[in-house]
Design a binder for this molecule. Structure first.
Ligand SMILES: *Cc1c(COP(=O)(O)O)cnc(C)c1O
Length: 411
């Protein structure tokens, strides 16, 4: 981890990296235009033929792309150190479209036991029904990825850090193994953001984000992105225009606006998450803290190799007595007592958000699956926002002391 000057190399890029003066674009307007047009007229038959036949033409029909989207994609590709990017309607749009472009019946995919819920559902509910076999392995066990690959393995899907215990996947080891075997690698980089981790630097082929989270950063848009070599991204785009997973022009505009402050925001979120992690580590009501930048994280050495900083998300387990029921109860009292941190799903926005994992996944995971995913009854995920760290710690302090109040029932 090299926290020192990671702002400096990215902050100029996010301000200027979406346009290219050498291409002769008129960039006198400092904010990009939004094109609500669903279709674009041609001035000649020849021009129409070009519009219709050139892949990813930004001025043809809006499901195929639009100029604001194109600018935003250029910046996102540069942020991830990739040739090209494709914006989609959501993170799940990016994941589903990418999977449909990469695999077909008869193929085999290796993925993690712990993935974002929607990704896990595609892997277990959707792909097998289409004749694609999926093997899921513990992401902390690098050898398990190798052991799971077969003759027909086409794709390895990884996500690091993953939700909600911030377990890591060794990007360099998996990418180099996959390269030797001719297997494509896809990394969901949502939790780290390109500020803290660039999977391309470790040899990963395709990098995906829920742009709803850190990239957008203001809890006001849904979008996704996948980055890679231009030819690979063009193949995914061919699926996107079939599936209709295109981003809206307005959301492309909002995302570009959010990206201008990405390095500054993430730097602050890194600081706040570390401050919270250190605060919880010494608090008597907290049993465990999960955060990659803490020396106590079981994969701290790997975190130092592949992440610049620990990121904005951490999770804690509370001391709530001995039984699962008491732990569940303690977490609910804590969440209900928070005054500044908001109780909501998602992450990466300017405001600190908190979720009680066991309540969130009660309906969709069996107790055994919860245990497998490391979700103990008292586990609370915290996504740090941009507030003053001292204010956040004060809020956590008063909420943790709510435990001790007599008569505090389930609220
Ligand atoms: C939120 C999220 C997604 C899904 O993104 P949407 O924009 O909600 O569709 C995928 N992966 C991770 C890690 C996420 O946090």
């Amino acid at each position: 981890m090299d926290g020192e000057d990671f702002l400096s190399d990215l902050q100029s890029l996010v301000i200027h990296g979406d346009y290219d003066a050498s291409e002769g674009a008129d960039e006198t307007a400092l904010a990009p235009a939004i094109y609500p047009a669903s279709t674009y007229s041609a001035r000649s038959l020849d021009e129409f033929a070009r519009m219709a036949n050139q892949p990813r033409h930004p001025r043809y029909y809006a499901r195929y792309g639009n100029p604001t989207q194109e600018r935003c994609e250029r910046l996102l590709a540069r942020l991830e150190g990739m040739e090209a990017a494709l914006l989609t309607a959501s993170g799940m749009g990016a994941m589903s479209t990418t999977l449909f472009a990469q695999v077909r019946a008869g193929d085999h995919v290796v993925a993690q036991t712990t993935h974002y819920m929607g990704t896990a559902q595609i892997l277990t509910d959707l792909l097998p029904g289409l004749g694609v076999e999926v093997t899921r392995v513990d992401q902390r066990d690098t050898d398990a990825f190798f052991a799971a690959t077969r003759e027909n393995t086409r794709l390895i899907v990884v996500e690091t850090p993953s939700n909600p215990t911030l377990a890591l996947t060794d990007l360099a080891a998996i990418a180099s193994f996959a390269k030797r075997r001719g297997i494509t690698t896809l990394a969901d980089n949502t939790f780290a953001s390109p500020v803290n981790q660039r999977p391309r630097d470790f040899g990963i082929d395709l990098v995906l984000h829920s742009a709803t989270k850190y990239l957008g950063g203001h809890s006001d848009l849904i979008a996704g992105v996948v980055c890679g070599e231009a030819s690979a991204v063009e193949r995914i785009w061919e699926r996107a225009i079939m599936l209709g997973t295109n981003v809206s022009p307005f959301n492309a505009f909002l995302l570009l606006r959010g990206l201008r402050t990405l390095p500054m925001r993430v730097a602050r979120q890194n600081e706040n998450a570390l401050a919270l992690a250190r605060f919880f580590e010494t608090h008597p009501a907290v049993a465990r803290v999960h955060y990659p930048e803490l020396e106590s994280h079981p994969q701290h050495a790997l975190a130092k190799r592949q992440m610049r900083r620990g990121g904005g998300v951490l999770s804690i387990e509370l001391k709530g007595g001995d039984s699962d029921e008491q732990g569940f109860h303690a977490a609910r009292i804590f969440v209900a007592a928070l005054k500044m941190a908001r109780h909501a799903v998602s992450l990466g926005g300017v405001e600190t958000l908190v979720v009680h994992a066991a309540s969130m996944w009660e309906a969709s995971l069996t107790p055994e699956q919860m245990r497998q995913a490391g979700i103990s009854p008292s586990l609370v995920r915290i996504a740090a926002g941009l507030e003053n760290a001292a204010d956040l710690c004060a809020d956590m302090t008063q909420a943790l002391s709510a435990q001790a109040l007599p008569g505090n029932g389930d609220r």
